[in-house]
Design a protein around this ligand. Sequence first.
Ligand code: ATP
Ligand code: MG
Length: 402
Amino acid sequence: MSGKNGDLPILPGATLGVLGGGQLGRMFAHAAQRMGYFTAVLDPDTDSPAGRVSHHHIHTDYDDVDGLARLAGLADAVTTEFENVPAPSLEHLAVARPVSPAAPAIAIAQDRIAEKAHFTRCGVPCAPYAVIETAAQLAAIDDNLLPGILKTARLGYDGKGQQRVKTRDELVDAWQAAGCVPCVLEKMLPLEFECSVILARGRDGQIVHFPPQRNLHRDGILAVTEVHAQNMPKTVAQGAINSAKSIANGLGYVGVLCVEFFALADGSLVVNEMAPRPHNSGHYTMEACDVSQFELQVRTLAGLPLAAPRQHSPAIMLNLLGDLWFPGGADNKADKPVAPRWSEVLALPGAHLHLYGKIEPRRGRKMGHLTLTGATLEAVRATASQAALLLGLPAVATADLA
Ligand code: ATP
Ligand code: MG
């Protein structure tokens, strides 16, 4: 947290602000409002998911000085819901109001080069990589990094800004296609599975965390998250928690942080990236834990105590992309969107539907998610399989490594 913070904790009845009006801001606003706060959203889109549910909605660009001044005037503290918010805007707000996460942490998360340097400083290994900012660095790439993934240093998300390359020639073409912007080339690793850890760190350095999530990505986008006692070996889970804590402590971080990892066949872990906010892989916490990731975001922002969250139900989360509205498949481009079979999905026990209020379903767009909870892992798996079938999603592969 940075800025004027003499009046913490900020108690219910005050107004909490958020930069960004996407679904994460919407779920933050819901959590804040449940606790008795008013909310203010700054987002240029007049129809943003968070703006629609917030008490105040400021429609300006993120670097609009007037918009930022209005946000600071309305809100007693300000957070963000996406990492590409301009760090100078957070610095600007922090002069007047408590802001968390602080601008320097966001700036590191915005840049893969700075982010990997931070992981290395914290003693947490990442995949072998090289920085490519110049033609000379491109020419000097070690063959050992191929096949690899060329990732733009900035502005990538959901697999965008990434190109898989097998040879040096492909690498040269890919860097050119990326506009010769700063990039990293990462060695392609054989992943056993992917996982993430979500933690919250308070101003006093106290950390609480959720159990590590096991994540399945399809086409670079999170598709399924499974959280239960058998989702990964205990040593891997503990290693991920320890690394995430080191990364947060190294930043002096305040707020909710998600750290994504790759688990390799030999049982080792490498860190992939971090998100300085609640994360898609933590949406299950709303129904499967006694405190959600969004409530922890409220608590860290307001300077309230952090209670260690407890998961009380095994959970599987299915991401709902706009593709589900087009059952004809990718070839059927002329299709009109058709609402998925919600009634049948909601007839399943322990099915929790979240739709983000986005009007237009588009392929690849995150429209919502479905969390399945139940008394036993078997029950959750059974309902997740039925839900996937009803929605036309691929069968849910199950993890059972214990
Ligand atoms: P996000 O939406 O999570 O921000 P992103 O666009 O930043 O995604 P990454 O997380 O870097 O992208 O990569 C997306 C996915 O691509 C990973 O979750 C993983 O499945 C795959 N991937 C990325 N890097 C590697 C690698 N070095 N080896 C193998 N697979 C990888
Ligand atoms: Mg990622």
